[in-house]
Write a protein that binds this ligand. Structure first.
Ligand code: SF4
Length: 426
């Protein structure tokens, strides 16, 4: 017996979307290095950028100053086209010094940024040149984290897409394998590994892998399960290599996690009873743990500014599992294909917005008077000064929120500032 996705009633089949293309307030794709360098233990991220990029990374990942860092910035100063040969020589010499000092590096990413002197450099060609010089022991890849081309989480998409080219072809008659795509905290990855194993899905790999040597192969027997909603380009590159994407909501909240696992179980023909035996206890515990926060959150209104692309899955969780009302759900980009299951689970009439015209959105937010606003750091302080309660969207990316065990933690992230505000008022 096989099992099927049940997304329940009250579905939002064709949400209307407000599209805005004005000024926006989001981080650039360099930020992804903060979580990617923790995940990929033998990789190094060399940002080819300006002092601004170096400052951003230092501020975003300040704690790493105490550890052996796995990222750095090669600051490229302003120069004319005639000086580009020198810039390439300089880059080659920085890379040679870095690799001599850090023999643990197996994979080096050259990460592009937006200053004009960097845009003039062909980092793809530089990566190919350096790969042939330092390979095969060390691979050098490149991607862009530039603020002109990427927002916040799109840096991860660009990084993983560059890795796909390095994956070997799996033969057409290979045993089916599950590929979970998207950086997850190690604790979450371990929980999912245990659940897949108990379900009888044994060939499971994660992208990005912890070590470069663990990069899986890909082919027509690869089944993709996206763990993050911002990986459109990576999913497309994998599909071009023959992989088939499993349609599911994202593993956020008890319900989302169950349906995500169910999509894999269904593809592997796992029986409904066995699925419930394996997943049921964790699912039940997640529901009970999450419901503790329902009293504090039910009926409260939340407004999402576009930032990480996690907004829609989190909004779905808050509305369906905690009874929160969605004033507006903003997302930088809306990939309808990747979010098909999520969109169908939003309450009918949800106001979705894509892109940003920050002043107009601020005006809508003030009119809505939500109980809590999810936004970037730049907007949070002014809103707090207006006595609005805010939640930094960056916290939702840096905190492990996927999976059953983390569902209540995610609810608490929203409950805590609201309860604190109430206490301050008393
Ligand atoms: S990549 Fe561009 S937006 Fe990002 S820190 Fe560097 S200069 Fe700023």
């Amino acid at each position: 017996m096989s099992v099927t996705l049940d997304i329940g009633a009250a579905a939002c089949t064709e949400p209307s979307v407000l599209r805005e293309r004005g000024q926006r307030e989001v981080f650039c794709g360099l930020t992804g290095i903060v979580w990617l360098h923790r995940k990929m233990q033998d990789a190094f991220f060399l940002i080819v950028g300006s002092r601004t990029c170096a400052h951003l990374m230092q501020a975003a990942a300040g704690v790493m100053i105490f550890a052996e860092p796995r990222f750095a910035t090669a600051v490229i100063e302003e120069r004319d086209l005639a000086g580009l040969a020198d810039a390439n020589d300089e880059l080659d010499s920085i890379v040679a010094q870095l690799l001599a000092r850090r023999p643990d590096i197996r994979l080096l990413f050259l990460v592009g940024s937006c200053p004009s002197e960097v845009i003039k450099l062909d980092l793809g060609r530089a990566a190919a040149r350096l790969s042939s010089r330092h390979g095969p022991a060390i691979r050098v890849l490149s991607y862009s984290g530039s603020g002109i081309e990427t927002t916040f989480t799109e840096g991860e998409d660009a990084c993983l897409a560059s890795l796909v080219a390095e994956m070997e072809d799996a033969p057409a008659d290979a045993e089916p394998a599950l590929l979970v795509v998207g950086a997850l905290a190690d604790v979450v990855e371990d929980q999912f590994t245990r659940l897949f194993e108990a379900l009888g899905i044994r060939r499971v790999a994660f992208l990005p892998p912890k070590r470069t040597g663990e990069l899986p192969s890909v082919g027509p027997n690869t089944r993709l399960l996206l763990a993050q909603p911002y990986l459109g380009r990576t999913a497309m590159e994998l599909a071009d290599r023959g992989a088939v994407q499993l349609q599911a909501p994202f593993p956020i909240g008890a319900e989302g996690t169950r349906l995500w696992l169910l999509a894999a179980a269904d593809a592997w023909g796992v029986g409904g009873r066995h699925f419930e035996q394996v997943v049921g206890p964790s699912h039940g515990r997640a529901i009970r743990a999450t419901q503790r926060y329902r009293e504090q959150l039910e009926g409260r209104r939340v407004f999402f500014f576009p930032d990480s692309q996690l907004e829609i899955p989190i909004a779905r969780f808050l509305s369906r599992e905690l009874g929160m009302e969605l004033a507006e759900v903003g997302t930088p980009y809306l990939n309808r294909q990747l979010l098909e299951s999520e969109l169908a689970m939003l309450p009918a009439g949800t106001r979705l917005s894509e892109g940003q015209d920050v002043d107009r959105q601020i005006a809508r937010c003030r009119t809505d008077e939500p109980d809590i606003v999810v936004c970037g750091l730049g907007l949070a302080n002014p809103f707090e000064a207006e006595e609005m309660t805010t939640k930094w969207s960056i916290e939702l990316v840096f905190t492990p929120i996927q999976g059953f065990e983390q569902a209540a933690d995610l609810a608490e992230l929203f409950a805590r500032p609201l309860v604190r505000k109430l206490r301050l008022r008393i």
